[in-house]
Design a protein around this ligand. Sequence first.
Ligand SMILES: [Zn+2]
Ligand SMILES: [Zn+2]
Length: 295
Amino acid sequence: MKHTLSCAAAILSFTISTSGWTACLEPGASRVQLQVLGSGGPRASGGRASASYLVWIDGIGRILVDAGGGTKDPFHQTGANFDDIDLVALSHLHPDHSAELPALLWPDGGRTRVSGPTAGDVFPSIEQFLNSLFGSGGAFEILAPRVELETITVDVTNAEPIEIYREGDVLVRGVGVPHGSVPTIGYRVDVGGSSIAFASDQNGSNPSFAELAKDVDILVVHFGGPENSTGMIAALHAKPSVWGQMGATANARQVLVSHLNIPSAEELETRLGFLRENYTGLVTVAEDLMCLDVR
Ligand SMILES: [Zn+2]
Ligand SMILES: [Zn+2]
């Protein structure tokens, strides 16, 4: 079975037959597609893996955005090949965005680029992070001979977006976004006339990301707290209404809501209601293995 439909169908077919794994791109579908590998958050997420997304270009999974816990199996279920990954773009080093990288590289290793933030607060730089995993004396030194990672460090204090990767008509840019004191990057991927922006975890208080995301086809946002959140949660995560404002300011064609560890379906609907008060475009709730045509 070839498939672009629901993750439920994909998972069902996976349980009964290995021939049913979900590949994102079907012949004749749009040239660029976005596949959700993980739509959960850091806490209990109802079986969802933590944050991770795969951008398919001309039938090849080439750009992996985040690698949160539990995304190894969804990655393999898509039929993607790590050898095809040109860039692993990590938004920040919270485990629900980065912890699965060693598992994705195990046991075969891999050769790719990895982008991530500069150091800050209690967080290492992306270079220190990768060395602590795969370098000499690192936790997974067993992989050291098998991995070749080109590190791309994004200075999150830079006011302007930074070009991270460009090849042919593929362009990836990133800019620092406010996520408490956690160095964090929001990304934009352009492929020809198709575009996706990954807001990651952020409180939405810096307009530079909405500017980077201007006129995107899909804006991926992360629910992290309720509309009445305060204190630490409010410093870390945008309220649903703020995500709606961002979608409207950016003039995004579609908003994909992800990072879901929400206590109930009713609470999810409540948060979506606040988002929709400020954004009138298409709103999609992410599911693991969901595949979206970008354009
Ligand atoms: Zn998170
Ligand atoms: Zn986070």
